[in-house]
Design a protein around this ligand. Structure first.
Ligand SMILES: Cc1cc2nc3c(=O)[nH]c(=O)nc-3n(C[C@H](O)[C@H](O)[C@H](O)COP(=O)(O)OP(=O)(O)OC[C@H]3O[C@@H](n4cnc5c(N)ncnc54)[C@H](O)[C@@H]3O)c2cc1C
Length: 286
């Protein structure tokens, strides 16, 4: 079984997210991490796609290679802002010919300097249409429990998200640190008649400046107590990693108690934190 909606229907999923490495050393690190994490038998893994298509070939080659070498499916992330319909059509065709069955369809971010992004797309919903046109893929989308940073208000955010999720097969959330954000999101979508399964994204952070930067970028709230603990461990890599594991383990436990349909762990191309979380909770898929 390799389509994510079928995996979700069969039981709770466990998945890991990786990014395309930039150097040979990074590639070796990713290979080693993947080998260690394959032993945990994830339901699927995913590989990110650089903004504006910057990792197009790397993401494609990694995903196709992983998919051929492992019994679990590898899903490519794909963004559409700043890219032409023809180039995305070609990439999706390559995925289809290689037996890839799942795609995470994203808008992506416009250029950070405010210059026009060009390309043929603005929103993820337009990419969902293209993905479905090219092949019989299962389609996932992104969801932001604490609202997408470009959304003008909560009602508008939830309306667009519900429309997008209804056109997709499943969602994966941005990372968050308080389970209430996930619970409230699911309730709000329910009220809008949207019951598409929402996999919770959990980030076991490994760097204090890194988690603060990503949280600020994504609108993720860092609770006061966590801020204090981050200050305490800043500068001690082992203590930061241990805190990241502790916080993620507690959150995963709360999400499991809540009956979440899947857990998606941001692996950051390393195995250590994920293995530590897995050892403390019964995270076996299904
Ligand atoms: C799980 C996950 C994985 C990710 N992976 C990647 C990755 O690999 N590469 C990468 O570059 N980025 C990635 N991102 C980040 C994502 O690309 C950015 O957050 C991007 O800014 C928005 O993408 P989206 O698909 O959520 O956009 P959309 O769903 O299109 O939403 C973007 C904004 O537009 C609004 N909107 C949507 N439809 C309409 C409409 N019809 N009219 C007006 N407003 C509308 C929404 O409310 C929202 O505010 C990921 C995010 C998550 C949560």
């Amino acid at each position: 079984m390799t389509r994510i909606p079928d995996l979700l229907a069969a039981g709770r999923t466990l998945s890991f997210e990786f990014f395309p490495p930039k150097t040979a050393a990074g590639a070796a690190e990713l290979d080693a991490a993947l080998q260690e994490l394959a032993v945990l038998r994830p339901s699927f893994i995913s590989v990110t796609y650089g903004a504006l298509g910057s990792t197009r070939a790397n993401t494609r080659d990694l995903v196709i290679g992983f998919n051929q070498r492992h019994p679990f499916p590898a899903m490519p992330h794909l963004t559409c802002v700043g890219q032409s319909r023809a180039e995305l059509h070609e990439l999706l065709g390559a995925y289809q010919r290689s037996g890839i069955e799942n795609v995470l369809a994203l808008a992506g971010d416009p250029p950070a300097d405010g210059s026009p992004s060009g390309g043929d797309f603005t929103f993820a919903t337009e990419l969902i249409e293209l993905v479905r046109e090219v092949g019989d893929f299962s389609v996932g989308v992104a969801a932001f429990p604490e609202l997408h940073p470009r959304s003008p208000d909560r009602t508008t955010d939830r309306r667009h998200l519900a429309e997008k999720l209804c056109a997709a097969d499943f969602g994966i959330t941005q990372f968050f640190f308080e389970v209430e954000h996930y619970v409230r999101l699911v309730d709000e979508l329910d009220a809008l008649g949207c019951t598409t399964p929402l996999i919770a994204g959990v980030m076991p952070f490994v760097s204090v400046p890194g988690v603060r930067r990503m949280a600020a970028m994504n609108g993720t709230h860092l609770p006061d107590e966590l801020q204090v603990r981050l200050d305490e461990v800043d500068g001690d890599p082992d203590a930061v990693r241990a805190l990241g594991v502790e916080v993620a383990t507690e959150l995963c436990g709360q999400l499991l108690d809540h009956g979440v349909p899947g857990l998606h762990l941001y692996a950051l191309n390393r195995a250590g934190s994920i293995k530590a979380i897995h050892a403390q909770l019964d995270l076996s898929a299904g």
